[in-house]
Design a protein around this ligand. Structure first.
Ligand code: MG
Length: 249
């Protein structure tokens, strides 16, 4: 009998804990689901909309605190007067961007509708008219100069296209030494073009310093590229770095 009381007590505690866990789990799932989409919204409710088609209030000219000169029209912004960057810095995040490329039929290569999206001030995902040509590390969707997209998912110019990225910032120890490279997974127009790709260094200046946080920059490369519907969902800074499978090993 002496052992029955603690056993009964233990069972009661275990049952209470189990029920409490179910309630907490149920509440958290309910809250999460209800909060993320209340109806037919296209954008998750926990996203930060950094361009809603109306103004550039969340942007400045790159490297300054000045108001950008980009054109705002019909819900989009169009490159004019220098690259722009977010006022806010971010670390790791999901990012959605839509872009529209003009047909520049007389131009070739890097002169044909060039722009780009930079993560953490350092890593450019190339925006370029690359329709119908082989994927390459300087063409649309590439981690510029580092990694080509696995397939060419570009649509023809003069159509809206999209990038959806999952970007993880590099990590540093207490002394500032890098302990993990930046990483990115990415879709273009709903097609996976990068799967957890490591970004070992900045894309333009390979030896430039890297940071745990930074701005998103949209590049003015002298061509009238349009952007719309840009939103971001910051992720928890801590994450598990998955081992990269190595072919043949
Ligand atoms: Mg570019």
């Amino acid at each position: 009998m002496a052992t029955m009381i603690p056993l009964r007590h233990a069972r009661r505690v275990a049952l209470s804990t189990f029920l409490a866990s179910l309630i907490v789990l149920g509440c958290s799932l309910t809250v999460f689901a209800a909060d993320l989409f209340k109806g037919n919204e296209a954008i998750p409710s926990d996203a930060i909309v950094i361009f809603d088609g109306k103004d550039l209030s969340q942007w400045v000219r790159n490297g300054t605190d000045q108001t950008p000169k980009w054109i705002i029209k019909d819900g989009y912004m169009q490159v004019r007067g220098g690259s722009i960057q977010t006022k806010q810095e971010f670390s790791s995040y999901q990012l959605h961007v839509e872009f529209w490329l003009p047909l520049m039929a007389d131009m070739k290569g890097q002169d044909r509708a060039n722009s780009g999206i930079f993560m953490n001030d350092a890593y450019e995902v190339q925006v370029l008219d690359s329709y119908g040509i082989e994927p390459e590390a300087h063409r649309c969707g590439a981690i510029y100069s580092i990694t080509a997209p696995t397939v060419n998912a570009s649509r023809p110019p003069e159509q809206w296209q999209s990038f959806d990225m999952l970007f993880y910032a590099p990590k540093f120890d207490d002394k500032g030494s890098k302990t993990a490279n930046a990483r990115i997974s990415m879709m273009q127009n709903g097609v996976w073009i990068h799967n957890d790709v490591e970004i070992p260094n900045p894309t333009a200046c390979h030896k430039c310093p890297e940071k745990a946080t930074g701005h998103i920059i949209v590049q003015d490369h002298g061509n009238p590229i349009r952007y719309r519907n840009i939103w971001i969902r910051p992720l928890a800074a801590d994450y598990v770095t998955l081992a990269q499978p190595t072919a043949g090993k």
